[in-house]
Design a protein around this ligand. Structure first.
Ligand code: BGC
Ligand code: CA
Length: 420
């Protein structure tokens, strides 16, 4: 009788384990890992780090289409300029001068946006570091910051041309700089605020347009300088404060659909934990009715990367984007705990002061962690050192899955070492 009971108990255990693909005792190296926002890649060449992307069977990257968004940002700026009159040339020197804030010279998203702006504005030159001799497409553009270039002699850009109000103008990148602070934090908004002070003091009336790789830096400049004198300023991310500023003259931004990315970050993890089709609740509606429409994202199976698509946000449509933290009703239906039992997850944000990640992405994650029954421990790094984050993953055994936002895109190996 005792034996039978033991067998029954053992069977019950096996059955219950079978229901959850990831029960206690799973080695950390086999637990799902979702890289997000900073794509594992070589920060010099942009080449994807396939060791990190295929770390185990349940590893994915979630980001957005950096090239499509960068082209869109460039187009948005040119469309705006072409709709203005000759007075856009503030000092009347026949040159449309712009300054460019660069986020992180080793970050694919930042590189793409620098390239996209230069390509659209006609200031792009071939990227000699890649051995390019012609600009065939956006990937061929030199993304190097130039410092200052008042006389148009910099070698990483050239003067472009644009017709505004029937008149031909030269387009010149007057200055560009990576906005990195003294401690090494990139995409640094205060650094951009300082840069515009220096630039405007030295050649302010030559600046006709401000272009920024993101809204954090763009808004720092808008608030410090361009709002008051009405210099068109463009950013990226569609953070709520930037969208609201469109009413006050901020010219435009790009939404990288943080709702879609936050959902995908946690959804892929959820599906991996449940051992179900990775596209559940993504391309395949789940039992609660969650599904993403095809125009919002795409998946590249070969590299295990999900990409959200981008949309331009300007004076024409900004009202619909005012709350960047609102959950999307198409994929906010609560999962039942029967189908999806609560799981413990560890997730880091690489920089506790990054505007986009903290003001937009994190609130979106917090919308969807509830929907997906994930109990997420959120950890914020200092934006400078990987160790600061990794040291705080003291006990990986306590979590069933990990979502990782690296400081530097080259550093995936240090996280994998921690989980080995
Ligand atoms: C965002 C930036 C942000 C960066 C952080 C980018 O996708 O556009 O605003 O600073 O991610 O990695
Ligand atoms: Ca001018």
């Amino acid at each position: 009788m005792k034996k039978i009971l033991a067998v029954v108990l053992a069977l019950m255990l096996v059955f219950s384990l079978g229901c959850t693909a990831f029960a206690a005792g799973v080695p950390n190296a086999e637990k799902p890992v979702i890289w997000f926002n900073r794509q594992p890649s070589n920060s010099q060449t942009g080449e994807l780090d396939m060791d990190a992307l295929t770390w185990n069977e349940n590893t994915y990257y979630v980001g957005f289409d950096a090239i499509q968004g960068a082209v869109l940002q460039g187009q948005m700026i040119v469309d705006y300029l072409q709709a203005q009159g000759a007075e856009i040339d503030r000092n009347g020197d026949g040159i449309i001068g712009y300054v460019l804030c660069i986020g992180d010279v080793g970050h694919n998203d930042s590189i793409a946006r620098t390239r996209g702006a230069r390509l659209a504005l006609g200031t792009a030159v071939p990227d000699s570091a890649q051995g390019k001799t012609e600009v065939g497409d956006i990937n061929d553009v030199d993304p190097t910051p130039i410092g200052t270039n008042l006389d148009g002699s910099a070698s990483s850009v050239k003067d472009g041309a644009i017709t505004i109000g029937g008149q031909e103008f030269v387009v010149r990148e007057l200055a560009s700089q990576e906005m990195k602070n003294n401690s090494g934090a990139t995409w640094d908004a205060p650094t951009a605020g300082n840069a515009i002070n220096t630039w405007s003091a030295a050649f302010g009336d030559q600046i006709d347009v401000v272009v920024s790789n993101n809204d954090g830096m763009g808004m720092a400049i808008f608030n410090a300088w361009s709002k008051e004198i009405g210099v068109p300023t463009f950013g990226y991310d569609a953070n709520s404060d930037a969208v609201a500023a469109i009413a006050d003259g901020y010219c435009g931004t790009i939404s990288q659909n943080a709702d879609v990315q936050a959902y995908l970050t946690l959804r892929t993890l959820r599906n991996a934990l449940d051992g179900i089709d990775i596209m559940t609740g993504i391309s395949i509606p789940d039992a609660a009715g969650n599904v993403l429409s095809e125009d919002l994202y795409f998946y590249d199976e070969a590299t295990r990367c999900f990409y959200a698509l981008n949309g331009a946000v300007t004076a024409a449509n900004y009202e619909a984007f005012l709350d960047a933290t609102a959950p999307n009703p198409a994929f906010s239906n609560q999962l039942s705990e029967e189908d999806a039992a609560v799981k413990n997850v560890w997730l880091d944000i690489f920089n506790s002061t990054d505007n986009f990640l903290n003001a937009t992405y994190l609130p979106q994650l917090q919308n969807y962690d509830k929907v997906l029954n994930l109990n997420v421990e959120y950890v914020k790094g200092d934006g400078q050192t990987e160790g600061n984050i990794i040291d705080r993953l003291a006990n990986p055994d306590a979590y069933e899955g990990f979502c990782i936002n690296m400081v530097k895109t080259d550093n995936a190996a240090s996280y994998m070492a921690k989980l080995s």
